[in-house]
Write a new protein. Structure first.
Length: 335
């Protein structure tokens, strides 16, 4: 077991990871480099490190999750941490306890790192005002999903060597997608050209202010794309019909064999998952030679190892002081 953690470069002082919007390009690069170091150690047989030995990581998932939760749990165990899982189903929340009280009680049991997924945008940020634990955002409402954005970027960088100068097309439900927002912040800061593409009803107004271009037809962006990231249609976040049918959506926006042939020869196909085969992309594309979907899953483990490692050790480098209560969300919305 390796007992020497990778060096934390001076300047990494953030005890929390709440989103990529607040990070500099250098900080994003540091997370990527740390993840690559963990991946290198893994390839030479160092599959169990001791950088978080004796630490307990709490997975507070107030929304269903399979891959993200499993990935964080495995990442913590690879760093020799213990894990405790919390699910809102059947918990004290159903008895009237608030989201904040739940987190404070878990912290009181000796949990210094919390991975939080919540349906309310801003919920992880709010927790940082009430607990001393490091908070890592595993997806909050339609705000951000920073580790997904980071693993997408790492996968592109591994295959292309750089992010700067690439054209990345994000396709699908941009309006509701926290993955899209994290990708936009991260990719643009690292010098990529980002195009968002989807039905007009699923493109937020004024999104160009984030430094992206807009296309309403995938066919109009195909030949420009170095990477195409196909976002899942999120029925659970939609409150009304944003397009006539799944069949029509697939006709105009699914990545299929015909569209792959018209794209660049070395185009990368990404999808954050869970993928809906036949909706966002066809099976031949999902399993084809240009797909890097499973590479994304693999890289997610090392990105989450990096985030857990960096945030916990940054937390321990300086005392944490809780600032005043933020008005970003209310307790009533977090039950």
């Amino acid at each position: 077991m390796n007992t020497v953690p990778p060096t934390i470069a001076p300047g990494w002082t953030r005890p929390h990871l709440l989103g990529l919007e607040e990070l500099s390009a250098a900080e994003i690069g540091h997370i990527l480099d740390t993840a690559l170091e963990f991946k290198r150690l893994h390839t030479i047989g160092e599959t169990k490190l001791a950088t978080l030995k004796g630490v307990t990581v709490g997975n507070l998932f107030f929304e269903p999750s399979t891959r993200t939760k499993t990935s964080f749990s495995l990442a913590a165990k690879r760093l020799s941490a213990d894990t405790v899982d919390f699910s809102s189903a059947g918990s004290s929340l159903s008895k009237g306890e608030t989201f904040i009280d739940t987190a404070r009680n878990i912290e009181a049991m000796g949990v210094p790192v919390m991975v939080v997924r919540h349906s309310t945008s801003g919920a992880p940020y709010l927790l940082t005002k009430h607990v001393n634990a490091s908070i890592i955002n595993a997806g909050d409402g339609t705000h951000e999903h920073p580790t997904q954005g980071l693993l997408d970027i790492l996968t592109i960088k591994e295959h292309r060597g750089t992010i700067a100068g690439l054209t990345v097309v994000l396709v699908g439900d941009i309006l509701h997608s926290r993955v899209a927002r994290s990708n936009i912040w991260g990719l643009t800061k690292l010098g990529a050209r980002v195009i968002v593409c989807g039905p007009a009803t699923l493109i937020p107004p004024y999104i160009e202010r984030l430094g992206v271009e807009v296309r309403y037809r995938l066919d109009d962006a195909l030949e420009e794309a170095d990477c195409i990231n196909l976002l899942r249609i999120q029925a659970e976040r939609q409150r009304s019909a944003f397009f006539p049918s799944i069949y029509e959506y697939a006709h105009f926006y699914a990545m299929n064999g015909s569209r792959v042939k018209r794209a660049k020869d070395d185009v990368l196909i990404l999808a954050p998952g869970p993928i809906n085969r036949g909706v966002e992309l066809t099976p031949d594309v999902a399993d084809g030679s240009r797909s890097v979907i499973l590479d994304q899953v693999t890289n997610g483990l090392f990105i989450r190892m990096a985030c857990l490692h960096l945030c916990y050790h940054a937390r321990n480098q300086a005392p944490m002081v809780r600032p005043g209560i933020s008005p970003i969300v209310t307790g009533a919305s977090l039950r």
